[in-house]
Design a protein around this ligand. Structure first.
Ligand code: HEM
Length: 504
């Protein structure tokens, strides 16, 4: 029989079994949420059935299986993986046996658009990125310019734009506002250029919106067989087409800004200047490939700074709006710690002062626990290994760590794990309660812990405080607020709210 004959038989059998399995799992009233492993198609039907709410479906399975679960993909598709949210495994993979768990070649394939930037890098290249980023982030002038940039954007972008919506009496998508805010901020920090996407006319900037398309496509690359997304890419259809377009938008935006002005040659507080030096040192003075390397570096940092903070702020405001008592407590804390009542006036505060806002800090941590912006991590062991949960891993097994599920496990956070309780983070003595990163992995754990954590907390407190002080926020009735199916946990349809003035 000709090769096409075999292929056709295989294709039709596969499709037939897949349809039967999806139909079967829809029809059967099963008590267990653990997916069935069907012949040939494995657990793919379960993914197809729940792809619209994959994070919560995985959490149900994880709760039932004690935090670790072996996923079986279709035969010959290289989709088998271990999914875990168990803090003991997280501690082991991210800290205790860190050197055996790079992100691996599969990760690089999926996140190809990020090139040789820090998120894709392992070993020596990762060390170069980490060292260089850290040296800039710890520069004194970097912190001053960060504070100035955040308050400048609040004053000239955020408040005027929100005021304009208020005057028009129309509702506003807060998520879009936060994404524009963080995009402008991170562009200024990384590229020394403010694209002013947060302006009253809300201009369309392709690169700013491109991030949203990328993070959806990247989740689909995790849950579809590689051959399927590669075929989509080749045909230029579906989420892969959007990913290709987003890639183009990134390049068109970033390349023109990778330039160096006179006098910047030795300015170590500038990110790209430091990276240029580090790259040339590593390559013995050569600049070959430098521009692409700087594009990758910039894109990774823009991604790190835009999507995470804007997502956390979005969920924070949704959680506050659905738990109004917490808003009162945040306001009271601001008024007393920042002496806003005595002065009867709004004032900007420093990153140092923002540390006194403990209840607001607890509220942000709750938002990060329930909706961690980086919802999952991806690792692959070099050597065979056995996890604390007892699961054996062959080299290169794909290990997916669901941070989303860790924050919602009763065995980790107790019976009230699904409730929004900023008090959870306040110690009996009134200070902040520390939780280990393997139990609260929103900023990752171990040597790859987020480098922007402190910066993000300061920025988020400044933005949240400015909005809460100036406006009452009401959710638009009937507007669905649910998590997106993407690697960064955004609100799928945005966060539509109506504003009214609080303190005039
Ligand atoms: C709420 C805000 C934030 C959250 C939840 C967050 C979370 C994370 C997570 C989970 C990782 C690990 C990602 C991975 O390895 O795949 C990470 C890494 C990183 N983050 Fe953040 N991040 C936030 C804000 C920021 C900001 C504002 C910056 C500054 C630009 C930043 C810079 C970085 C960098 C450079 C890394 C790479 C660290 C490494 O691989 O060694 N992050 N972050």
């Amino acid at each position: 029989m000709a090769i096409f004959g075999y292929l056709e038989i295989f294709f039709f059998t596969f499709t037939f079994l897949l349809l039967c399995a999806v139909w079967g799992s829809n029809k059967r009233c099963r008590k267990s949420s653990v997916p069935t492993n069907w012949p040939l198609v494995g657990m793919l039907p379960w993914i197809l059935q729940f792809s619209h709410r994959i994070h919560s479906a995985a959490t149900q399975v994880m709760n039932e299986c004690g935090g670790t679960f072996e996923f079986k993909g279709p035969w010959f598709c290289n989709m088998d993986m271990l999914v875990t949210s168990d803090p003991a495994n997280i501690h082991y993979i991210f800290s205790r046996n860190f050197s055996n768990y790079p992100k691996g070649p599969e990760f690089r394939k999926i996140f190809q658009v990020f090139g040789d930037g820090i998120f894709n890098a392992d070993f020596g290249l990762w060390e170069l990125h980490r060292r260089t980023t850290l040296s800039v982030f710890s520069h004194a002038t970097f912190h001053t310019s960060l504070g100035r940039a955040v308050w400048g954007k609040v004053e000239t972008g955020l408040l005027p734009v929100l005021d304009s919506f208020l005057k028009q009496g129309v509702d506003v998508d807060l998520q879009d506002i936060f994404q524009r805010f963080t995009f402008d901020n991170i562009c200024k920090l990384v590229l020394d250029y403010d694209p002013q996407s947060l302006s009253i006319d809300l201009p369309y900037i392709p690169c700013e919106k491109a991030f949203n398309d990328v993070i959806e496509a990247l989740l689909y690359r995790h849950i579809l067989p590689e051959s399927v997304w590669k075929l989509q890419k080749w045909l230029g259809v579906g989420k892969e087409r959007k990913l290709t377009e987003a890639w183009k938008a990134f390049d068109e935006f970033i390349y023109p800004h990778i330039t160096f002005r006179d006098g910047e040659q030795n300015d170590d507080s500038k990110l790209l200047t430091s990276f240029r030096k580090a790259y040339q040192e590593k390559n013995k003075g050569s600049s070959r490939g430098l521009t692409v390397f700087l594009r990758d570096t910039a894109l990774n940092l823009m991604f790190a700074g835009r999507d995470t903070t804007s997502s956390c702020l979005t969920w924070l405001f949704w959680l506050i709006a659905t738990n109004p008592l917490t808003e009162t407590k945040i306001l009271e804390e601001m008024e007393s710690k920042l002496q806003l009542k005595e002065d009867k006036n709004w004032r900007f505060f420093s990153a140092e002062e923002s540390r006194t806002l403990l209840y607001l800090h607890g509220a942000l941590c709750e938002s990060l626990r329930l909706f961690p912006p980086v919802a999952l991590e991806h690792k692959a062991p070099i050597e065979p290994d056995t996890l604390p949960s007892g699961n054996y891993l062959k080299p290169n097994t794909r290990v997916i760590v669901s941070f989303y599920s860790t924050g919602r496990m009763e065995s980790v956070w107790g019976k009230d794990c699904l409730e929004f309780k900023p008090e959870r983070w306040i110690s009996p003595r009134g200070g902040m309660k520390h939780e280990p990163s393997y139990k609260f992995p929103a900023f990752n754990a171990g040597p790859r812990t987020c480098l922007g954590k402190e910066m993000a907390f300061a920025q988020m407190k400044m933005v949240a405080a400015a909005i809460i002080y100036h406006y009452n926020i009401q959710l638009v009735e009937g507007h669905p607020v649910i998590p997106s199916d993407s690697v960064i946990l955004q609100a799928k349809h945005g966060l539509r709210v109506r504003l009214s003035r609080r303190n005039v």
